[in-house]
Design a protein around this ligand. Sequence first.
Ligand SMILES: [Zn+2]
Ligand SMILES: [Zn+2]
Length: 201
Amino acid sequence: MKEQLQKIYQKCLQELNEIGINMQDNDQIGEIEISLSNRSQKRYGICKQEEPDEQTRYIERRGRKRIIKYAKYKKHKIEISLWVMQLDESIIKNTIMHELIHCIPNCNNHGKEFKRYANYINTQLGYNIKTTGNKKDDYQKSNLEYHEEVNFKYKIQCKACGQTFFRKRINKNFTRKYRCGKCNGKLKIEEINKKLLVLNQ
Ligand SMILES: [Zn+2]
Ligand SMILES: [Zn+2]
């Protein structure tokens, strides 16, 4: 898997080079490391920024808050989620490209500059880089069945008609506030701790 990631990563770098984006330019981009991670079932990848370039420091105002930001970082650690590696190569490449854009100055968020690069790469190289991925869609494109594992904590059942549903968290006064949607009967709560496999169709 590691070698497969490296291979695809090298392809991405080369393709970017061909359209004038040199990711190996240490002065402009800095150092990039890429690895696999099994930490998240949700996100496709992450780009952790390190060693901010002090000369590019600026203050961003959000309401009354002032946030220190940097346009440029000297080190970038990209992590690609392991589950992404079983998908179609085009999706793996989209993910790598997305994280690579984050390594470019002023592209640490999904703002204007990020979108400008994403559009450029999409049109020049036929990519489909987006700001957020759709796991279900990407599984379907890869001819894989998609299961979402949800960790429910509560089972709620109607005392009158037996209708059952599940919740991750519930309001304190749930049974006083809510009634069964079907028959308006009273509800009872049972705490469970099972992982339920929900098949999305
Ligand atoms: Zn991103
Ligand atoms: Zn009911």
